[in-house]
Design a protein around this ligand. Structure first.
Ligand code: ADP
Length: 688
């Protein structure tokens, strides 16, 4: 009997299990390799996932045009976290947010293709657990590891100081990583030995000699400290003419530059009226420091191993000439390693000198002792761990500007008005949100020049970045509106360029470029760019149209790029270029007064030769560089609202204000971070 019951129970259980199995059958384990794609910052990101027994065991990025050195932490950490936790609910990585989301959603799409349970993959949120609060002791703390911060850290360590450098992002470099390599420095030996003065430059010099200090437009009533600079400039020009009596332009007349001329450009380039009628002018002492120290800082950069056009081993006769980056106002632009190369190099120099670097560590508050001295800062790490950093000497603020925080830009703005909104795009990486300025204000620091942020005119209309387009020397570019007409002096200051372009329909303009010539040589006709791999890359992946001649170029512009298709008319393009060519030949721009005008395009040559062509790129202004920031003196000591230096607090780079006032010259930002970064590091390192 008992046997029978047991047997019946077994039959019953077997039936139950069988019934259960038919209703809730374990799905067959999924195995295989599946692909998924999603939109990243620079284009599609495609991943392949390996699935074994319904688990993601491997993730590979198979296609991506993201900037490798910017997204390196994101593309390593996110796949690792997804695999470890079998979850796509992972955090984005600071500094590479768009790419992080692209990887997460590409993996999700691949998982969907595999038939994995997406709800389960999304349910398990991967969080961080903070470690116990920590206290670190050091001589100098540098907040922000862009160009200014790395330079300050290196030079502070050179003083024998123990240095900690903290960086909010997952990668070092900030804007200095993505900025170009244009570096302005007054370089008399290059002017004397390599450069030639052009007719347009001589006209400009003569116009400086003719300036009357009583002219109200010079604003010497409000800024009398700038009057002696004009006197100094006139003396420099007269001395140059005296030195070169009998020499002829285009034959044997060398180039000209001087500290006073660079300062004059900083003054006139930066003197701006605000919407409330008040004026903003550069601080004359800071401008002098920048103009007189930038060549020394450039040489220092060579000493620490940053390769540059200075050509350390070459005698001046064989070194590169100087260019004029957009908005630089004079050919004094040197070049050196790009951000992608210079930042890792500076990092390795800093590490060699014993600097301790922490990424994903955000400075949150400055600490002040009873005497008012800054004695450290509080910081928070990505996992929420709270750190107190005590400093013997003090803190260098090098946290950059706040263009990635358009709300803050808009809050202070007294320049752009309705041309600016809190959704205006930016060239910046996302971490430059003004933290250092906010921290400094909280302990009584003064700020200056916050009313103006610089717009970069030649940015991507859809991303705001400086990528996807074409760059060339300002002297050689032709800018046109949607009807194919020039609308501005392309050699003007950046805000002038931005304002003129923002007034156009949809605020979009177009740059025509036909190859780099011997800049400043008006006799040289541009004979086009070859359809090289690089050009092909930006034509196919970016916002650039290419044509072997004007007819082809006009035709190409019927295909939309960056959301626009201007469909230029060949005859109109030809008329605009021929008029521009005539201005180059005459060295006189009757329409917009372009001061240094070159780059006449040889249309006949382009017609006859199929191996070269010309390009056009749509561009739009986006937020680029905040002019204002904490007030400093020439020793980079941060000043309080009464004008006194706050002990133990230095600042350098874009976090500071006062140097560029209403408009920074192109090529002066990188000079700024190295010049003032060195001063800040040296002073903080020695505790002075
Ligand atoms: P600069 O040109 O003045 O050197 P960058 O933009 O190159 O400025 O670098 C500024 C750096 O400061 C960026 O890498 C940015 O992520 C970092 N940063 C911004 N805010 C903080 C903060 N609160 N703590 C640490 N680093 C910060």
């Amino acid at each position: 009997m008992r046997r029978t019951v047991t047997l019946m129970l077994c039959v019953f259980l077997a039936a139950f299990i069988f019934v259960g199995c038919t209703q809730e059958t374990e799905p067959d384990p999924i195995n295989g390799v599946f692909e998924g794609t999603s939109g990243g910052f620079q284009g599609p990101v495609t991943v392949s996932i390996t699935v074994e027994n319904s688990e993601i065991t491997d993730i590979e990025i198979v296609e991506s045009s993201e900037t490798a050195h910017v997204v390196k932490v994101a593309v390593e950490r996110i796949p690792t976290q997804i695999i470890e936790n079998q979850s796509v609910a992972v955090d984005s990585v600071t500094g590479a947010t768009a790419t992080s989301y692209a990887v997460i959603s590409a993996v999700t799409n691949a998982a969907q293709a595999a038939g994995l349970d997406i709800d389960a993959l999304k349910a398990n949120k991967v969080g961080y657990t903070p470690k116990d609060p920590q206290t670190w002791d050091t001589d100098v703390l540098v907040i922000g590891a862009g160009g200014a911060g790395l330079t300050a850290a290196i030079t502070a360590a050179d003083q024998g100081a123990k240095v900690i450098l903290i960086e909010k992002s997952s990668i070092l470099g900030g804007n200095s990583l993505v900025a170009g390599s244009a570096y302005n420095a007054v370089d008399l030996e290059a002017q004397e030995n390599v450069m030639e003065l052009t007719g347009a430059q001589k006209d400009a010099m003569d116009s400086y000699l003719a300036l009357d200090p009583a002219d109200p437009g010079l604003k010497f009533d409000a800024y009398p400290e700038w009057e002696p600079v004009l006197e100094e400039l006139k003396n420099d020009i007269n001395a140059f003419y005296a030195r070169n009596t009998g020499k002829k332009i285009g034959v044997d007349m060398p180039g000209f530059d001087s500290v006073a001329l660079h300062m004059w450009h900083i003054y006139t380039g930066g003197l701006r009226q605000l919407t409330d009628g008040s004026w903003l002018a550069p601080n004359v002492e800071l401008a002098r420091t920048l103009a007189s120290e930038s060549l020394n800082a450039f040489k220092w950069m060579g000493e620490v191993g940053l390769e540059s056009s200075y050509g350390a081993d070459t005698k001046y006769g064989t070194r590169d000439g100087l260019g004029t980056v957009l908005g630089a106002m004079w050919p004094r632009t040197h070049s050196f390693m790009t951000g992608a190369l210079r930042i890792p190099h500076l990092e390795s120099v800093a590490l060699d000198k014993g600097v301790t670097i922490y990424t994903e560590t955000k400075g949150t508050e400055l600490l002040v002792d009873g005497s008012g001295k800054v004695v450290g800062a509080k910081a928070e790490q990505i996992d929420g761990t709270q750190i107190t950093i005590n400093t013997a000497n003090g803190v260098v603020l090098a946290s950059g500007g706040y263009c990635a925080n358009p709300t803050m830009v808009k809050e202070y703005d007294k320049y752009w008005g309705d041309d600016l909104s809190d959704r205006t795009l930016s060239t910046n990486l996302g971490t430059n949100e003004g933290d250092g300025i906010v921290m400094a204000i909280a302990i009584g620091a003064d700020v200056t020049g916050m009313e103006v942020a610089q717009m970069m005119p030649s940015s991507s209309p859809v991303k705001g970045t400086m990528t996807d387009g074409i760059w060339g020397d300002a002297a050689e570019q032709i800018w046109i509106d949607g009807n194919g007409n020039r609308f501005v002096d392309e050699y003007a200051e950046r805000d002038v360029l931005a304002k003129a372009s923002l007034a156009l329909e949809d605020s979009i303009f177009y740059i025509i470029y036909a190859g780099r010539g011997d800049v400043g040589n008006p006799d040289q006709l541009l004979q086009g760019v070859e359809y090289s791999e690089r050009i092909e890359g930006i034509v196919e992946g970016g916002h650039v149209w290419y044509g072997k001649n004007l007819a082809e170029l006009a035709e190409a512009t019927k295909t939309p790029k960056a959301g626009v298709a201007p469909a230029f008319d060949e005859a109109q393009l030809r008329a605009t270029i021929e008029l521009y060519n005539s201005y180059v030949a005459a060295q006189k721009d009757d329409d917009f007064g372009k001061r240094v005008i070159a780059g006449a395009i040889d249309l006949d040559y382009l017609e006859a030769n199929d191996d070269v062509g010309l390009v056009i790129s749509p561009r739009k202004s986006s937020l680029h560089h905040t002019m204002g920031g904490v007030a400093i003196d020439t020793d980079t000591r941060v000043l309080d609202t009464s004008g006194n230096a706050i002990p133990g607090l230095w600042a350098a780079g874009e976090v500071t204000g006062g140097i560029h006032a209403g408009n920074r010259l192109g090529g002066n930002a990188i000079a700024d971070i190295f010049v003032f970064g060195r001063i800040a590091g040296t002073n903080a390192g020695s505790g002075n």
